[in-house]
Design a protein around this ligand. Structure first.
Ligand code: COA
Ligand code: ZN
Length: 325
């Protein structure tokens, strides 16, 4: 039995956000056809969900101004959900004309980040999103709510857990299917993640809880392990570790999908994601965005990829092999 096989197994739902969170933060505009090709490759890779684009103001997020064309151009893979980010009623109307599976409504858990990002108060966001939910409740479209800055705000610092739990509760009462807690600027740390995850699993057993980590301070995989140990089974991540909110100072990449899949599979979890195919996609991002991607496995190779021992040591190594077997 290998070390890997001794560890617990379980299904983890990998939700790929590179086409939205990743591309929204790039300096170059990725052409519509290239976005469509990227999304088609990602959805052929085994992700449970792909966040395709956002129906935000093209002035606020110019990188995703082609949202309709992208949604109409992608191939729909069986078993993959296609989600889009929606900040307001206008965004919901646009999204509903594009055959979406899920609307991912967004607001911030922090007042100042909500004002910077969405140019309105949290209560104004909540009331717009409430109207959106009432509209969508009569349709087959699933509703998720992403709460930005749920683990800390770049302007205010700590965001009280009660504030986060209260917003989750208010949205749960409106009948949403799921809530995502977003660590928008990488302020989460493992003990905090464990505590909040445990609280949400206890209070909202019927809600789909997703965690959305950014690796701004190098803690994203540690936070993932903390969440896993509390039974969280849905994670957002971005190929190449791209990502970041243009309206949050210092924001940088999402947790890197291929590094996360590599880790989860080593831990015995089942992600359904084809890692070699994902690594190829990540490498192919570089010419599209004009810089190197952030992943570690794309540089180092998988743990299973061994190197040839130098010829000069081959004889000694044979002796070790004999004594160890
Ligand atoms: N899609 C397209 N256009 C939109 C829109 C939407 N969802 N919402 C508003 N607009 C347009 C309006 O029609 C108006 O256009 P005009 O200037 O041609 O008349 C303009 O944007 C301003 O509208 P207003 O309602 O005053 O919005 P705003 O300027 O206060 O911006 C948001 C509010 C929410 C639309 C904007 O801040 C936004 O899109 N933010 C998204 C931020 C984001 O995605 N961050 C990263 C993800 S966390
Ligand atoms: Zn994000």
């Amino acid at each position: 039995m290998t070390l890997q096989q001794q560890l617990p197994a379980g299904r983890i739902y990998m939700q790929e956000v590179c086409p939205r969170d990743g591309l929204q933060n790039e300096a170059v505009f990725v052409e519509t056809q290239d976005k469509i090709a990227l999304i088609d490759r990602l959805s052929a890779c085994g992700f449970a969900k792909v966040e395709v684009t956002s129906f935000t103001s093209p002035k606020a997020i110019p990188a995703l101004k082609d949202a309709e064309a992208v949604m109409h151009g992608i191939r729909r893979e069986k078993g993959v959900e296609y989600s889009v980010l929606v900040p307001n009623l206008r965004g919901a109307e646009r999204a509903m004309a594009c055959r979406i599976d899920e609307a991912n409504l967004v607001m911030s858990a922090s007042e100042s980040h909500n004002n910077t990002n969405l140019r309105m108060s949290r209560e104004a966001s909540f009331s717009q999103l409430t109207q959106v939910i009432h509209e969508l409740n009569n349709t087959p479209v699933a509703i998720n709510v992403s709460l930005s800055a749920a683990f800390g705000c770049p302007f205010e610092g700590d965001v009280p857990q009660n504030t986060v739990v209260n917003f989750v509760d208010r949205f749960a009462n409106l009948g949403v299917r799921g809530v995502t807690l977003c660590d928008t600027t990488g302020m989460a740390f493992p003990v905090q993640v464990s505590k909040l995850s445990r609280m949400l699993k206890q209070h909202f057993p019927h809600l789909e809880i997703t965690l959305h980590f950014h690796d701004t301070r190098g803690l994203a995989l540690a936070n993932t392990v903390a969440a896993l140990s509390e039974g969280i089974d849905r994670f957002d991540s971005a190929a190449g570790g791209l990502g970041g909110c243009p309206y949050a100072p210092g924001a940088s990449g999402n947790v890197c999908s291929e590094d996360m899949v590599h880790m989860l599979e080593l831990m015995g979890y089942q992600t359904n994601v084809d890692l070699p195919a994902l690594l190829d996609i990540s490498r192919d991002l570089e010419p599209l965005i004009g810089h190197k991607v952030h992943g570690a496995v794309v540089k180092a190779g998988q743990r299973s990829e061994l190197h040839q021992i130098p010829a000069s040591l081959e004889q000694n190594f044979d002796c070790f092999r004999k004594t160890e077997s």
